[in-house]
Design a binder for this molecule. Structure first.
Ligand code: NDP
Ligand code: 8X3
Length: 270
């Protein structure tokens, strides 16, 4: 039997963390397929810009939600209060997330740990809990979670961020098992290094330190990751992509990179 790819025209796609980086690029990718986009993040002015770009790129409609995924009551209330024409979410992209600091575990900041765990683990759970029952009731849906190479292999000074992505892996696998017997699909997209606002946020606006992360190699772009998310979402309805791992060619895993030395400049030669 010939299987047909999932069409996204008119489908409601809810993306958390859509104000920047991978979330914004994913919004644009789904927009070009004619989806209806529900975009959430804390910075509403950035969301408004992404919303306008999505409409220009072909989104059927866009609705924005100023939302902090760390607040359970706010997440539940926002999903509950969605206008009826936005309530039947078809695809949830659990993308909102961040890292803070790069410190030895025994000297790390408890506040940083809490922010990462509250956002990357608890926030993902709160949104999932609010959205998935409706998918089960309607007999259709797809949850796409953002994991990371960091969840597969812990790197030094990043134990807590890596732990949040290891938790995402467990949640992704558990949810897929718990949804067995329903047509709802569950996917984890696990990128390696992607140049977004991620490192700016990790190093609290220290541009020089953030730029060093990507020095000497070509990182993934947010659009590369959006491509993988869109691919997973458009597989035929009977196909579940459990996880996708994508890295720059110059990255083997979360510990091993190949960096080209900086090009010699005339000023540096003797
Ligand atoms: P960015 O910093 O560019 O974007 C992060 C997004 O998450 C922003 O839209 C931000 O919006 C949103 N966000 C952060 N905290 C909250 C919150 N409490 N409530 C709602 N939204 C929030 O990073 P990336 O695009 O790179 O990261 C997206 C996801 O991809 C994350 O889960 C990250 O862990 C994962 N990832 C990133 C990789 C990378 O190398 N960049 C590699 C592997 C995975 P706002 O500030 O407006 O709320
Ligand atoms: C983000 C990728 O390697 O910076 O998950 O942690 S990494």
């Amino acid at each position: 039997m010939k299987s047909t790819s999932m069409k996204l025209q008119g489908k409601i796609v809810f993306i958390t963390g859509a104000s920047a980086g991978i979330g914004a690029a994913t919004a644009l990718a789904f927009a070009s397929e004619g989806a209806r986009l529900l975009l959430a993040a804390r910075r509403s002015s950035k969301l408004d810009t992404v919303a306008a770009e999505c409409l220009a790129a072909g989104a059927e409609a866009v609705h924005t939600l100023a939302l902090d995924v760390r607040h359970h009551a706010a997440v539940a209330a926002a999903i509950d209060a969605l206008p009826s024409e936005w309530a039947a979410i078809d695809v949830l992209v659990n993308n909102a997330g961040l890292s803070r600091g790069l410190d030895k575990l025994y000297t790390g900041s408890v506040q940083d740990w809490e922010e990462m765990i509250d956002t990357n683990v608890k926030g993902l759970l709160y949104v999932t809990r609010a959205v998935v029952p409706g998918m089960v009731e309607r007999g259709r849906g797809h949850i796409i979670n953002l994991g990371s190479t960091a969840g597969e292999l812990t790197y030094p000074n990043g134990a807590v961020y890596c732990a949040t992505k290891a938790a995402e892996k467990s949640i992704n696998d558990g949810l897929r098992q718990d949804l067995l017997g329903t047509p709802v699909r569950v996917t984890s997209v696990n990128p390696g290094m992607v140049e977004t606002e991620f490192s700016q946020v990790r190093f609290r606006g220290d541009h020089e330190r953030a730029a060093k992360v990507y020095q000497g190699l070509q990182p993934l772009t947010a659009a590369d990751v959006a491509d993988a998310i869109l691919w997973a979402a458009t597989r035929p309805g009977h196909v579940n992509i459990a996880h996708v791992l994508l890295t720059p060619v110059a990255q083997a895993n979360s510990l091993l990179f190949h960096r080209e030395p900086p090009a010699a400049t005339p000023g540096n030669t003797r």
